[in-house]
Design a protein around this ligand. Structure first.
Ligand code: NOJ
Length: 759
């Protein structure tokens, strides 16, 4: 029933909370307090959730477990569905996603807090993955910055923008370790390594949630996709995952754990099955590890329609049974399948689930809503003025520019092909040179691409005293060669050819697995044609995954990988090409020579017949007969316009007692002509263990800014934490024995020292 009271009473209820919503809440609160006069007033979010839960009907509780989308498409705003409004009004849906902008959020929130009996506010979720309006480089690109503080800042900006648009929840961070570049979602994570991945996962959560979850500029983080989604067989999307518990715990779980330790209060179960049980009904993952071992107190949401998908998996005969299994395993919220909405009540009546199970799930969700401050002011993130000021603010664009500069990786630079000289005659060639949309990458959020500067535009901007000729050359993926002749002519008349090649932004992300990871279409042919002109070639890449680039990198004088660099990516790329900025990115994932080497990652095992580097062709060794073992570009690799020299590794001892620490130091000198940044990387190897150890594992890194000629000594502490591992008995700890320490600019070119951990 509508109240005749005025909608707003600003003096008494600041922050725009409507009195129609407030009075019933206050009345309800008073009744409750009277009824429980002897009980202490609920203060914490948990106590407040308990108090509210005590007044809820089963239907009201179930509605809290339901998450429905505002529209069918994955991206782009459309009219709200009338039925969603009805769902909310009828108390069938307690949370929505894919609804954004203050106007839209306010509209639905108003229904929830004014037209439902208990006035419980909605969560508004959205995939703010690498930016909301201001789009940052794709996450794999951001990981190449090896700069967690900068990544935290990206997330702060993204969360601030998302919250300014009324959202209170993002389905991020995605922290899936991925070692198979065929998988399209490798672009959404931090690459192949658990140590780097964990540092970045924690940074992302800190950035998203800020220091106060109730602040109007924070979002609730959702760690996804739990678990091991990055290990789908053959890199095929949604495919089966079958792996040992050891591999799971050593490699795949650490980033989820790091995100939870950093305070993330929601987790998304992944689409895949793990060892025969879909993650959505996997008690081992959701109860034993997540809750019992890690102490997670937030709530678990499914991925999109994943409850229903258990029928296709073959682990549940129908949706009713799927809903039962998911709830029993510890899934609190059902994204979009409606299986909870449609079946929990009947399951309860049949005694197949308990009231306690529903209560537990509802309470977890309500507690987070209290922590988000939604009960104190459901409109705290609904401020039109702030929305206008924050989205695309100059500071946000500047943050995206800085991130784009730090995420690009210089893979090759011979004959000083880079930096380009202004005033030169430059041929800019390739299907990505003048593409606005592709710059934004896989998750574009609400980013507009129509106004952004392309790589071509930015090169023109920069090279005003020279000439820039543009020829598209070919499409990204078609076999049409009609543009080759014009591209060759442009190169012939130029001092240098800059080719901007790669994948389209639609070739990576969800459901974008590939069976070859080469440059699509006839782009390599185009490159060969341009090579015939004899002009220096600078290859600028856009890609959401490692590509096989052996020939392309041989043909080119310089190669700069920009991933998909975001809203400010055109400017950042041009500034890097002309040397206004100095590249400092390092690969967060190995680039193979050929797809046949996949999975290829630096932290491999030695095997019983390791290849002899002095004689790599020796027979009966762990090798290929048609390809070297080593990758084209190793993990951690990336060049600069300056050079860095490393001293030998110094250790302050050769033995270590359990509980003690050693310090490894190295002096890094900027021995080149200009200022630059370098990521100094520490790797360890335990030579013998109760289970075999990888040939090296990243255990530390530091990014340094060094002026030309400057030297700095970098110290890494090595102790219990760095030396512990999952022993044969599945306990975590150290074992005595010999270790090697490697420090260097990437996982390959290191110098070494040795020590022994004593009994
Ligand atoms: C499916 C994707 O797997 C997940 O990452 C995303 O958050 C949801 N859809 C919601 O859009």
């Amino acid at each position: 029933m509508r109240s005749p009271l005025p909608a707003k009473v600003p003096a008494f209820f600041p922050f725009g909370f409507t009195i129609r919503a407030t009075l019933p809440l206050l009345a309800a609160a008073c009744c409750f307090l009277c009824a429980t006069a002897a009980a202490a007033e609920p203060v914490t979010a948990g106590e407040r959730a308990d108090a509210l839960l005590a007044r809820m009907t089963t239907d009201e509780k179930i509605s809290q477990l339901v998450l429905l989308t505002g529209y069918g498409a994955v991206t782009g705003p459309v009219q709200l569905q009338q039925s969603l409004e009805d769902n909310i009004r009828k108390g069938e849906c307690g949370n929505v996603f894919n609804v954004m902008s203050v106007a839209q959020v306010r509209k639905l929130q108003k229904i929830a807090v004014e037209d439902t009996r208990l006035h419980i506010p909605l969560l508004f979720g959205y995939d703010v993955i690498h930016g909301y309006k201001t789009i940052f480089p794709i996450c794999l690109g951001e990981a190449a910055s090896w700069n967690p503080a900068l990544i935290e800042n990206s997330e702060r900006v993204a969360a601030t923008e998302g919250a300014a648009a009324g959202l209170n929840w993002t389905f991020a961070p995605m922290v899936d370790i991925a070692r198979d570049p065929r998988w399209g979602r490798i672009c959404e994570g931090a690459g192949e390594d658990p140590f780097l991945g964990s540092a970045i996962a924690a940074a992302r959560v800190r950035g998203i949630q800020g220091t106060n979850l109730a602040a109007p500029d924070t979002l609730l983080a959702c760690v996804k996709h739990y678990a091991a989604y990055g290990a789908v067989q053959a890199g095929r999307e949604y495919n089966t995952v079958d792996m040992s518990e050891r591999m799971l715990r050593e490699v795949y779980l650490p980033p989820y754990r790091a995100a939870i330790d950093a305070g993330a209060l929601s987790v998304m179960a992944s689409f895949n099955e793990l060892n025969g049980i879909p993650a959505t009904a996997n008690r081992f993952l959701l109860q034993q590890i997540l809750r019992d071992e890690w102490g997670f107190t937030g709530f678990v949401v499914t991925d999109y329609t994943a409850v229903n998908e258990m029928v296709a998996h073959g682990s549940a005969a129908d949706e009713t049974e799927a809903a039962r299994q998911a709830l029993a395993a510890g899934v609190d919220m059902d994204m979009q399948s409606s299986a909870y909405l449609n079946h929990l009540k009947e399951l309860l009546a049949a005694g197949k689930i308990s009231q306690a199970q529903i209560d537990t799930a509802a309470r977890r969700i309500l507690e987070v809503k209290f922590k988000l401050g939604l009960f104190d002011d459901p409109y705290r993130r609904c401020d039109e003025q702030r929305e206008k000021q924050v989205l695309y603010s100059p500071e946000n664009l500047e943050a995206a520019y800085r991130m784009a500069c730090e995420s690009c990786v210089l893979l090759k630079n011979q004959n000083q092909a880079l930096p380009l000289k202004t005033g030169a005659n430059i041929a800019v060639i390739g299907p990505l040179a003048d593409s606005q949309r592709d710059l934004l990458g896989s998750w574009k959020g609400e980013g507009d691409w129509n106004f952004i500067e392309t790589v071509l535009g930015a090169i023109r901007h920069e090279n005003t005293n020279g000439t820039v000729t543009y020829a598209r050359g070919c499409d990204i993926a078609s076999t049409n060669r009609d543009g080759f002749a014009a591209a060759v002519r442009a190169a012939q008349n130029a001092d240098v050819a800059v080719l901007v090649l790669g994948e389209s932004c639609d070739m990576c992300g969800e459901a974008k697995s590939r069976t070859s990871i080469n440059l699509p279409g006839v782009q390599t042919e185009l490159l060969r044609e341009i090579k015939q002109t004899g002009k220096p070639i600078v290859l600028v890449l856009m890609n959401g995954r490692p590509l096989t680039l052996e020939e392309e990198s041989q043909i080119s004088d310089a190669v700069l990988d920009t991933w998909f660099p975001g809203t400010e990516g055109g400017r950042a790329t041009a500034d890097l090409l002309f040397g206004r900025q100095n590249p400092s990115g390092k690969l967060p994932v190995t680039f193979p020579r050929t797809l046949g080497q996949v999975p290829i990652f630096y932290a491999a095992k030695n095997t019983g017949r390791p290849l002899n580097p002095a004689n790599p062709k020796e027979a009966y060794k762990s090798s290929y007969i048609d390809c070297p073992n080593d990758p084209l570009y190793p993990f951690g690799f990336g060049l600069s316009y300056t050079t860095f020299t490393y001293s030998d590794v110094q250790l302050d001892g050769t033995t270590l007692r359990p509980g003690g620490t050693l310090t490894a130091t190295v002096t890094v000198t900027n021995s080149g002509p200009r200022d630059g940044a370098e990521v100094v990387q520490l790797y360890l190897r335990q030579l013998v263990g109760s289970v075999t150890r990888p040939v090296r594992e990243l255990k530390g890194f530091q990014k340094l800014e060094l002026k030309a000629g400057e030297s700095r000594t970098v110290a890494f502490s090595i102790g219990e934490k760095e030396l512990s591992f999952l022993r044969a008995d599945m306990t975590v700890g150290t074992e005595p024995g010999k270790f090697q320490v490697f420090i260097g600019p990437n996982s390959r070119d290191t110098s070494a020292a040795a020590f022994e951990l004593l009994e």
